[in-house]
Design a binder for this molecule. Structure first.
Ligand code: SAH
Length: 241
């Protein structure tokens, strides 16, 4: 099934699901939201995002569901926003950039480190990936897990973990995506890549450069670097509520 059809079915699924009806007052995707979302996607295209599957996924997922009500009006601006616990939902350009680099194929097994709001995980799922997403802050983990379940994302598994160790019991992964700025590339993440798989991770202290690491064989990795970004820090250990 092509991505546009899948994206459309996803939106219809959200609109028609009985759970969605229960959430009617809280979550509604109006024509205004859809119009703003289309403008967001046009702006991403102008900024150089060319991957049509990624753009269709971003046109399908209501970003305002993943933000606090207070920011709803601004949900389709190309900006990061606070999601509590000193964390942010990544800016749409960053989501589009990382997802394009990851080159997600249908049925790819993808590990995301840094669930945050759950928005990036939703984009990966709409692209047809089987998603494992890990968050180190319990309250964010719970909120994203509940929201994604309410929206009917059965292909996303949320885990409350320190992602610096990866997820050995579910490895190997076709793709791994890190959405927090890491000072160095954690070795376990490279080890948990399937041969032919790739890891996209922002690396650096104050400013991070996007790295794409491809596993060529059991022992060989290819490293490519891309543009500079500013992410919230990748931290070790878990944080209970
Ligand atoms: N992908 C998210 C972006 C969230 S910001 C979204 O779409 O909203 C990055 C997230 O990474 C934060 O929630 C932060 O708590 C989390 N994080 C940082 N270090 C981590 C680690 N070692 N393991 C798991 N999550 C981590």
């Amino acid at each position: 099934m092509n991505i546009r059809v899948r994206a459309k079915l996803f939106v219809q699924g959200v609109l028609l699901s009985p759970i969605y009806k229960n959430l009617h007052l809280k979550l509604s995707d109006t024509y205004r939201h859809k119009g703003l979302r289309k403008r967001m996607v046009d702006a991403l295209r102008r900024r150089g995002i060319e991957d049509e599957a990624v753009l269709a996924a971003m046109a399908a997922v209501p970003r305002h569901y993943f933000l606090d009500k207070a920011f709803e009006e601004h949900a389709y601006e190309d900006k990061p926003f606070p999601i509590g616990n000193q964390q942010t939902i990544s800016q749409p350009f960053t989501v589009a950039y990382q997802t394009s680099l990851l080159d997600v194929k249908r049925r790819d097994k993808v590990l995301e480190i840094g669930t945050g709001s759950g928005y990036q995980a939703a984009i990966l799922a709409v692209l047809g990936a089987k998603v494992y997403t890990v968050e180190r802050q319990e309250s964010l983990y719970q909120r994203a897990r509940d929201l994604l379940a309410q929206l009917g994302f059965t292909g996303i598994r949320c885990l409350f973990r320190d992602g610096s160790k990866g997820l050995p019991e579910f490895a190997p992964f076709d793709k791994i995506l890190v959405t927090a700025g890491a000072p160095v590339v954690p070795e376990p993440l490279k080890e948990q890549l399937a041969v032919g798989g790739m890891l996209v991770i922002p690396v650096g202290e104050e400013v991070q450069h996007m790295y794409k690491i491809t596993r060529l064989s059991e022992t060989e990795f290819e490293e490519q670097t891309f543009d500079a970004f500013r992410f919230v820090p990748f931290l070790s250990g878990i944080k209970h509520k």
